[in-house]
Design a protein around this ligand. Structure first.
Ligand SMILES: NC(=O)c1ccc[n+]([C@@H]2O[C@H](COP(=O)([O-])OP(=O)(O)OC[C@H]3O[C@@H](n4cnc5c(N)ncnc54)[C@H](OP(=O)(O)O)[C@@H]3O)[C@@H](O)[C@H]2O)c1
Length: 223
């Protein structure tokens, strides 16, 4: 999808992506295609990632994690069990999209996420206490991100949930989602991210914004 025109209002923004795995690289390619300046980092030194970033996400640049954290909007796409390896200090004051999920099968049982009523993003937000955390991108498979991205207004365009405590921050994230190819549904505060965590109907399906809203209200849309 070439959605550059859509991104015009946001195209001067930088997008930092922490994690250069399946999800991080897919979002990076979408953001590059939408005209953003994209900086990708892992826990490794930028020099170690340069070649792979050039090949896998052409147009994005490999940076140190601390530099990615200074972007206007930061996507966190790392295995959840590593969330405390993020620099809460570097991310303080930043808009952070939490694309992570708690999968005991791959993350192992983590007490922080097992013994709590909190959504996983609330746990992450408690750690990133100075950041404006929004949950999104977690309920779409990495392999669906590029094929399902569509220009704004396309019939059947897929919608992604946006949960967060600050309305203005959610609006910024919604504009980013729109620019890279998705409608968005504001599900409410960060706690409402539970509605699209693993095991939910929304997590297991693919929905337009109308369908997504209906699932939220009634839970009646079949997966
Ligand atoms: N796979 C999916 O379809 C999918 C869809 C939606 C959401 N998610 C969620 O998204 C997250 C990432 O999934 P994935 O499948 O992309 O994982 P992945 O392929 O294993 O990639 C994880 C990436 O995170 C990097 N990383 C680890 N610690 C880091 C840190 N402190 N700072 C920066 N980068 C760090 C890793 O590189 P180094 O180890 O070299 O640092 C690696 O590049 C998970 O929480 C997952 O539940 C996955």
């Amino acid at each position: 999808m070439d959605n550059r025109d859509l991104a015009q209002g946001e195209s001067q923004q930088t997008i930092g992506i922490l994690g250069a795995g399946r999800v991080g690289t897919a979002i990076a390619r979408l953001a590059v295609a939408a005209g953003y300046q994209v900086k990708v980092a892992t826990s490794k030194a930028a020099a170690e990632n340069e070649l792979i970033i050039e090949i896998v996400t052409p147009g994005a640049i490999a940076v140190e994690a601390l530099e990615a954290a200074t972007a206007d909007l930061v996507v966190v796409a790392i295995p959840l069990h590593k969330y405390k390896s993020l620099s809460a200090e570097a991310l303080s004051g930043r808009t952070v999209i939490d694309a992570m999920n708690y999968w005991a099968a791959t993350d192992g049982d983590i007490a922080d996420f097992e013994n709590t009523e909190l959504s996983s993003s609330e746990v992450v937000a408690a750690y990133l206490s100075g950041s404006h955390v929004v949950k999104s991108f977690n309920h779409i498979g990495y392999h669906e991100m590029e094929p399902d991205a569509a220009v704004s207004g396309s019939p059947g365009r897929r919608a992604l949930g946006v949960a967060g405590d600050d309305v203005g921050t959610k609006e910024r994230v919604a504009r980013f989602l729109d620019a890279v190819g998705f409608d968005s549904i504001d599900t409410g505060d960060l706690a409402s991210g539970k509605f699209f965590e693993p095991g939910t109907q929304i997590f297991n399906g693919s929905f337009t914004s109308a369908e997504f809203s209906r699932v939220l209200k009634t839970g009646l849309v079949a997966v």
